[in-house]
Write a protein that binds this ligand. Structure first.
Ligand SMILES: Cc1cc2nc3c(=O)[nH]c(=O)nc-3n(C[C@H](O)[C@H](O)[C@H](O)COP(=O)(O)OP(=O)(O)OC[C@H]3O[C@@H](n4cnc5c(N)ncnc54)[C@H](O)[C@@H]3O)c2cc1C
Length: 383
């Protein structure tokens, strides 16, 4: 599949599947299995996988554009997609000794029949996902894992979970290992409901791992090498994906606001809101400027990931922080410009506003990113 074909298929899924049901799924906090099926059928689940595994062999540019296109229609589905792409990248980057056991799973992903996700955050270490509290116990060649994983996107819907846990003999708080757990693993269960303020339709529920057995074939990293995989494999893609979700939300907020300002009328003046009030036109213009600024940032990060340099990690950190702020700012302006019609949920603008707030609290949170950026500028160690 070419880059343009991927973006056009994402548009088709957005128009045909996401737009008609996004509002209802948000209201009911309902996970869209139809959306995941469509993503699979149209080849989106294997977007970044090599062609010999049934994937499309595309890169961060296609991932960013596909994600933003999905998010413009339904940010919950777009975040399910981001987590899947990050999970898939972790499986693809697994240590060579696991390659044989993992090949059938990667082929299932390439065929569009397998959804994966990340189960990193733990109740004990909260947003500090790089420091799991749980610790794997040796079990012959494999391991046993018990953990309380919080906020796992696609919980109960994914076919596999990329799980972080401290290595059996790990000495420090970041000496973790990544494992792949199949959804049907004995002891793995969804441990509660998901009733979020935003991204309500992405099933980000807690997962309990109760003495789950995992064979060494499904140990993705060497013992203690989980942290490096989180930083080098997951973080760049997750931050790019998150920023792309934010961009889609901003674009939807601009479009929704422009449409309202054109269609809603002051009948006593015989003019639309947009024709009547320069303040609203100025707010809309500011929203557009911020959205295009974010778009340029996303493009800049794509270019960095395509041709990495010593500045790339800084851009990875900056882009998610800036994107979270932009999404909150643009959707807040949309709420204000659309007034009571937005507040009383007539326009779907308030869904964008609620969804936009998730990006800033998803780890690494906007605060943590600033902390990392500040420390790196001062030459201080990050951890
Ligand atoms: C919709 C949604 C989907 C999610 N999906 C997943 C998923 O698929 N997989 C997964 O592993 N996790 C997922 N998460 C979890 C997410 O990544 C965070 O771990 C979680 O939101 C942290 O919430 P908390 O209340 O524990 O934050 P806390 O850690 O309690 O943070 C509270 C506040 O303190 C600030 N703070 C924390 N540390 C610092 C610091 N060092 N410096 C400055 N400020 C700091 C934070 O920014 C925040 O404002 C998801 C979360 C949400 C909301």
């Amino acid at each position: 599949m070419t880059h343009d074909a991927a973006v056009s298929k994402a548009r088709e899924i957005a128009t045909r599947v996401l737009v008609p049901s996004a509002g209802q799924n948000d209201k009911a906090a309902r996970f869209s299995t139809e959306a995941v099926e469509s993503l699979g059928e149209l080849g989106m689940l294997g977007l970044l996988l090599p062609v010999d595994l049934g994937g499309s062999g595309l890169g961060p540019r296609a991932f960013a554009q596909v994600t933003a296109t999905l998010a413009e229609a339904d940010a919950s589905v777009a975040m399910v997609y981001v987590m899947h792409i990050c999970g898939t990248a972790s499986i693809s980057a697994a240590r060579p000794s696991a390659a044989r056991a993992l090949a059938p799973i990667l082929k299932e992903i390439g065929a569009g029949r397998h959804l994966s996700t990340l189960a990193f955050s733990e109740a004990g270490s909260r947003s500090h996902f790089w420091a799991p509290i749980s610790r794997a116990q040796r079990n012959g060649n494999g391991a046993r894992i018990s953990a309380k994983k919080s906020w796992v996107t696609s919980a109960g819907h994914a076919q596999s979970y990329v799980v972080s846990t401290l290595a059996p003999e790990g000495a420090g708080p970041t000496d973790s290992t990544l494992y792949l757990l199949a959804a049907g693993t004995r002891g793995l269960s969804v441990a509660g409901p998901w009733d979020g303020l935003g991204l309500r339709a992405n099933a980000s529920a807690p997962i309990a791992l109760d003495d789950c057995e995992v064979s060494s074939d499904f140990q993705l990293t060497e013992d203690g090498a989980g942290f490096a995989a989180m930083l080098n494999v997951v973080l760049p893609l997750f931050n790019l994906g998150s920023a792309s979700v934010a961009l889609g939300l901003c674009r939807a907020a601009v479009a929704g606001t422009a449409s309202h300002l054109k269609s809603a009328k002051f009948e006593h003046l015989g003019k639309s809101l947009g024709e009547s009030l320069p303040t609203l036109r100025a707010q809309l213009a500011t929203m557009q400027i911020e959205t295009d600024g974010l778009s340029a940032r996303v493009d800049d990060l794509v270019e960095h990931l395509e041709k990495p340099s010593e500045m790339t990690m800084l851009r990875v950190l900056e882009t998610k922080a800036a994107a979270g702020d932009a999404a909150i700012s643009v959707t807040s302006a949309a709420m204000r410009a659309c007034g009571g019609a937005a507040f009383s949920k007539h326009l779907g603008i308030e869904r964008l506003f609620r969804d936009a707030h998730a990006g800033a609290v998803m780890a690494p949170t906007g605060d943590v990113l600033r902390e990392f950026i500040g420390k790196s500028l001062l030459g201080m160690p990050l951890f």
